[in-house]
Design a protein around this ligand. Structure first.
Ligand code: VGL
Ligand code: ZN
Length: 209
C-alpha cells in the first residue's frame, strides 16, 4: 500500500479478541491466522489513525443463547422484531477472552470503541448498534470521531468477516466513507458465507483489497 494514499485514512481493526480465535467459545475459522499480519500492518505505521473495536458484553447479554432458555447457540430468534442469531457466551466484560489480542502491538491505537454493552441489544458494527428506538440505531460515536478529523477513507479488517467486519463496512458506506476491505486480514464465523459476503461488498461499492 502506498503510505501517501493513507494520509487521512483510518484503519479500523474489528474485534480481534481471544474469544473469536480457535479454541474460544465463538471461534472464527482460522481466526488466529490474521494476528501476525495485523501486527505487521500496525507496526508499519501507514495510517494516520488506527481504531480498534472491542466486543464488550455484560453477563447475560441478550445475544447469548444462555439468556434464552430452550434455545441453543447459532439458532435464530426474533428480538426487537428482527432476526437475532444466538451466540455462545463470548467477550464478557473484563474477562481474558474479551481483551484485545495480546499477539498484536496495539501501541499505535488512537481510539478504542467498545460495543455490545447494552444488555438488550447486539452491536455488530463499529458505528451503530443493531437496533434502537424509532428505527434509529444508536451511534457509537465513531463516525463523528472520524469526521471531526477529516477522515473520508476507512480500511477495515478483523473478525468476523461475515458479521462484525461486514456490518462495519456496510455502515461506513452508508455513512459516507470510502471503504477498503482487507479480505485476507479477515476470517469468517461461517466459511460458506464468503461468496455472499464478497457479493454484498461489491454491490455496496466497497473495494476488496
Ligand atoms: C461478532 C458475533 C457476535 C463479531 C460479535 O465480532 O463478528 N460476531 N458478536
Ligand atoms: Zn458479540
Amino acid at each position: 500500500m502506498n503510505p501517501s494514499a493513507n494520509t487521512h485514512a483510518a484503519l479500523i481493526v474489528v474485534d480481534v479478541q481471544p474469544d473469536f480465535m480457535p479454541g474460544g467459545p465463538l471461534a472464527c475459522h482460522e481466526g488466529d491466522a490474521i494476528v501476525p499480519g495485523i501486527d505487521a500492518l500496525l507496526r508499519q505505521r501507514l495510517f494516520r489513525h488506527v481504531v480498534a473495536t472491542q466486543d464488550w458484553h455484560p453477563h447475560g447479554h441478550a445475544s447469548f443463547a444462555s439468556s434464552h432458555p430452550g434455545h441453543a447457540p447459532f439458532e435464530q430468534i426474533t428480538l426487537h422484531g428482527q432476526p437475532q442469531t444466538l451466540w455462545p457466551d463470548h467477550c464478557v466484560q473484563g474477562t481474558p477472552g474479551a481483551e484485545l489480542h495480546p499477539g498484536i502491538d496495539w501501541s499505535s491505537l488512537d481510539a478504542l470503541i467498545r460495543k455490545g454493552s447494552d444488555p438488550n441489544v447486539d452491536s455488530y458494527s463499529g458505528f451503530r448498534e443493531n437496533h434502537g428506538p424509532h428505527g434509529q440505531r444508536p451511534s457509537t460515536g465513531l463516525a463523528g470521531w472520524l469526521r471531526e478529523r477529516g477522515v473520508e477513507d476507512v480500511v477495515v479488517c478483523g473478525l468476523a468477516r461475515d458479521v462484525c467486519v461486514l456490518w462495519t463496512a456496510q455502515d461506513a458506506i452508508d455513512l459516507g466513507f470510502r471503504v477498503r476491505f482487507l479480505w485476507d486480514l479477515c476470517r469468517p464465523v461461517t466459511p460458506d458465507s464468503d461468496r455472499a459476503t464478497r457479493e454484498t461488498l461489491q454491490q455496496l461499492g466497497v473495494t476488496i483489497a
